[in-house]
Design a protein around this ligand. Structure first.
Ligand code: ZN
Ligand code: ZN
Length: 418
């Protein structure tokens, strides 16, 4: 038995893990011969990182550089780190990462730690550390948000995350269940995952092409607790599945992904809407959100749980009360059918139609790569430090597309494509 086998939980199928590594390199990143790869991962994901490095080098990668994090080390900082350290971040490291991205290095992030790790820590310290980190990471993040390079996120079934999701189960059982859910959602539980992704990308493309052809001015949502009109930004473009980064590489940034999404108009959202799943935000669970919009702005917000955190989020800046994303996901999506709350946006946002408060994506505009921030704002794109997805879809939601002249076309009926 080699070290790789020894560090892999018996509950994780090594064959499917290898396929996930292959999907990350060949579908998620489409890593090009000679291209360098920068990779971040929790130490628990080492077995996956090793498989990815092997597939990357076989695909002709230049250098593969991994950077690991560890839950125990993160907690040590909160327990024993000096107070002043919570306003600091390793800017020197992020400057190097930004330089690597400028040199066309691909980026892979593996999630696998418990998303609720910091829920018991001092919320002020968590907020300060996040802020310092966001500021230091800004030069590198701009290149990811602007889609300058091919990047991808995949998930690894870490034990602490599994125990958070399946709290009642023994560790091995919980890891086995989370592994099965990740493998199925990532389409690696069949023999030919590369073809499965090609078919899935084609299906998503059919949806985005239909929506782009309709040129809707707005979407109207109706269902229990919901009567909402979301105006779409002028010149918006629907996206979904594989898309082309500015370096010319067609990649799938999120594995898994089920959504098609675009930019709403920051000043044309009216009515009320209720959340259909809890939202986990920096260690706090916010549940039963209901909000009312007037001219794009949230003027009333309630939640049965986590309301104080929600109102703090809404006060982050002017754009935090307005929408930056609207996404359509059928109620029958595999992740929705699993019925699992993952406490992680990569999975939970793919279980349901959702909207996001805050920053919009410039790539969701026709010719978005060439638009200035002022042009994006003039066309209705929102600007904020936050981007928080929350779920508003269910099997009871109907959505109509509203044409500029006011005529309506059914888009969703009872949570499914009409
Ligand atoms: Zn989304
Ligand atoms: Zn989003």
């Amino acid at each position: 038995m080699n070290t790789h086998q020894r560090s892999l939980s018996v509950a994780i199928d090594p064959k499917k893990l290898d396929r996930l590594a292959q999907v990350a390199v060949k579908v998620g990143l489409r890593l090009q011969p000679g291209q360098d790869l920068f990779l971040t991962a929790p130490v628990v994901a080492l077995p996956l990182v090793r498989r990815i490095a092997e597939h990357a080098y076989k695909a002709g990668a230049g250098l593969v550089t991994p950077l690991f994090s560890d839950e125990e080390i993160t907690l040590s900082r909160y327990r024993y780190g000096s107070d002043a350290s919570f306003d600091r971040a390793p800017g020197w490291l992020y400057d190097g990462v930004a330089k690597a991205f400028a040199d066309n290095t691909a980026r892979l992030a593996i999630v696998g730690d418990n998303p609720m790790l910091l829920s018991g820590e001092d919320a002020q310290k968590v907020a300060r550390a996040n802020k310092a980190n966001s500021l230091a990471y800004q030069p590198a993040l701009e290149k990811i948000a602007g889609f300058d390079i091919n990047w991808n996120i995949v998930a690894y079934p870490g034990a602490s995350w599994a125990k958070q999701v399946f709290a009642g189960d023994e560790e091995d059982v919980a890891v086995g269940k989370l592994a099965a859910a990740i493998f199925s959602a990532s389409r690696v539980d069949n023999d030919d995952p590369i073809s499965a992704w090609a078919a899935h990308n084609a299906a998503l493309k059919t949806r985005t092409e239909w929506l782009n052809g309709q040129k809707f001015a707005a979407l109207h949502y109706s269902g229990p607790g919901t009567d909402l009109t979301i105006g779409l930004a002028d010149g918006h473009e629907w996206q979904g599945g594989a898309s082309m980064a500015k370096n010319g590489i067609v990649c799938n940034p999120n594995i898994p992904t089920e959504e098609v999404f675009t930019t709403p108009h920051a000043r044309r959202v009216d009515g009320h809407v209720s959340s259909t799943k809890p939202l986990s935000y920096q260690g706090t669970l916010i549940d039963d959100i209901s909000v009312r919009f007037e001219e794009g702005r949230i003027v009333e917000a309630k939640a049965s749980k986590g309301e104080a955190v929600l109102s703090k989020v809404l006060d982050t800046d002017e754009g935090a009360r307005r929408l930056g994303e609207v996404a359509l996901v059928p109620h029958s999506s595999p992740i929705s059918k699993s019925g699992i709350l993952f406490y992680n946006t990569l999975f939970d946002e793919n279980a349901s139609c959702h909207i996001a408060l805050g920053q919009c994506y410039s790539k969701c505009f026709v010719g978005g790569a060439d638009l200035t921030p002022d042009q994006i704002a003039a066309q209705g794109g929102n600007k904020s430090l936050i981007h928080i997805d929350w779920m508003i879809g269910s099997g009871k939601i109907d959505i109509d597309g509203v044409k500029p002249g006011g005529s309506r076309v059914p888009v969703f009926r009872k949570g499914e494509w009409a």
